[in-house]
Design a protein around this ligand. Structure first.
Ligand SMILES: *[C@@H]1O[C@H](CO)[C@@H](O)[C@H](O)[C@H]1NC(C)=O
Ligand SMILES: *[C@@H]1O[C@H](CO)[C@@H](O)[C@H](O)[C@H]1NC(C)=O
Ligand SMILES: *[C@@H]1O[C@H](CO)[C@@H](O)[C@H](O)[C@H]1NC(C)=O
Ligand SMILES: *[C@@H]1O[C@H](CO)[C@@H](O)[C@H](O)[C@H]1NC(C)=O
Ligand SMILES: *[C@@H]1O[C@H](CO)[C@@H](O)[C@H](O)[C@H]1NC(C)=O
Ligand SMILES: [Ca+2]
Length: 341
């Protein structure tokens, strides 16, 4: 701090104060004529010094507070900026995913429009033909309507990654919220969510299996074990013939629990086409190729872990877990026999 007691020092001190703090009372003092008395002078200097010290510390305090405030504000702004950037990134990710799907759909539609003169060899009517056109990402695809083949527009889920890819998924159980106890019409056209639990529809399955087709059934139990049953030949007849099932050439490690259903008609709760005096669809609470009644019931009731051992109407595969164990996950998917990845 300033140590001098001389008058010029007071002036310098006051000048400093006016310039830096612009304090009005100081200006007044500066404007007043300097007092000649020495004692008065020194008293004034002392009080001014105290004031300066006070004001300086006040300034420092204010400065510190402002700096701290500023730092908090900057920090908050940076945080906000980061948050908005994160959100932006999320939006962009969602958008790119959406446009990826959208692009696929558009390409499908474009190809459909361009293929006015196409033949069966370059038609897109299943996941295998998409795979052969280099679509190698698993997910939902929209197959275009095909007048040549007489196929309608159809959303399908393609497994392009497992077991060589090119699989069109025709059934899935994994979420457990969709009821599979549906009527004939619903089983005919399909129901559920193509990304979750669904039945593609008997009419579509009939169309897709007019060429020699492989069926692969994947099963998972509540302990996380996965097994499969594959049929080198799979087809269903048309509605007039009750979507009758034909399967042959089993391979796999889950056991052959579809053989018992070979050569049987499809039944639903409102259409008993089974080979039994009982009404199997009602007993097993699903739509299926019921014989008398089941060696498997893949469209049965989804029972969560803990309640799967109580009934025989669960999602069963007798050759693996018997009639009272409802499986955790099922997927049925098909691919042409002549598929070559
Ligand atoms: C300076 O500080 C003292 C003690 O903190 C206080 O009593 C006094 O009023 C202050 N003076 C001014 C001008 O702020
Ligand atoms: C089953 O496999 C055998 C041997 O590969 C084959 O000759 C036969 O045609 C297949 N059956 C059907 C119905 O595809
Ligand atoms: C299956 O359905 C067809 C026609 O829909 C019928 O002629 C045939 O008798 C049925 N078979 C059985 C075993 O019910
Ligand atoms: C299903 O029945 C057909 C005859 O209609 C037979 O050729 C085929 O081998 C049977 N499939 C199985 C798995 O037994
Ligand atoms: C399955 O459950 C039914 C009905 O509760 C029962 O009658 C049957 O014995 C059970 N079967 C097995 C193999 O546990
Ligand atoms: Ca019956």
């Amino acid at each position: 701090m300033v140590k001098s007691t001389a008058a010029p020092c007071v002036a310098i001190l006051l000048l400093f104060l006016t310039e830096t703090l612009a304090q009005r009372p100081m200006n007044k003092r500066l404007a007043a004529p300097p007092k000649p008395a020495k004692a008065q002078c020194c008293d004034e200097v002392r009080s001014l010094k105290v004031q300066v010290a006070n004001l300086t510390s006040l300034l420092e305090e204010l400065g510190k507070k402002q700096e701290a405030d500023l730092r908090t504000v900057v920090k908050q702004m940076m945080e906000l900026d980061q948050q908005s950037r994160l959100q932006e990134a999320r939006v962009m990710e969602a958008e790119s995913k959406y446009s990826e799907i959208h692009n696929r759909v558009e390409i499908m539609q474009l190809q459909a429009a361009q293929s006015a003169t196409h033949t069966t060899t370059d038609a897109i009517y299943d996941c295998a033909s998409l795979f052969n056109k280099n679509y190698k990402i698993s997910g939902e695809y929209r197959l275009p309507k095909d007048d040549f083949l007489g196929t309608p527009e159809l959303s399908v889920f393609c497994d392009m990654e497992n077991n060589g890819g090119g699989w069109t998924v025709i059934q899935r159980r994994k979420v457990g919220l969709t009821s599979f106890n549906r009527d004939w019409k619903q089983y005919k056209h399909g129901f559920g969510n193509i990304r979750g639990d669904f039945w593609l529809g008997n009419e579509h399955i009939f169309r897709l299996t007019r060429q020699p087709t492989v069926l692969r059934i994947e099963l998972e139990d509540w302990e996380g074990e996965v097994r499969y049953a594959e049929y080198g030949f799979f087809t269903v007849s048309n509605e007039l013939n009750s979507y009758k099932l034909f399967i042959a050439n089993y391979s796999g490690n889950a056991g052959d629990s579809l053989r018992y259903h070979n050569n049987t008609n499809f039944s639903t709760k409102n259409k008993d086409n089974d080979k039994c005096v009982d009404d199997c669809a009602q007993l097993r609470q699903g739509g299926y190729w019921y014989n008398c009644c089941t060696d498997s019931n893949l469209n049965g009731v989804f029972y969560r872990y803990g309640s799967h051992a109580k009934n025989m109407d669960g999602i069963t595969w007798y050759a693996w877990h018997g009639p009272n164990y409802s499986l955790k996950r099922v997927e049925m998917k098909i691919r042409p026999q002549n598929f070559a990845a």
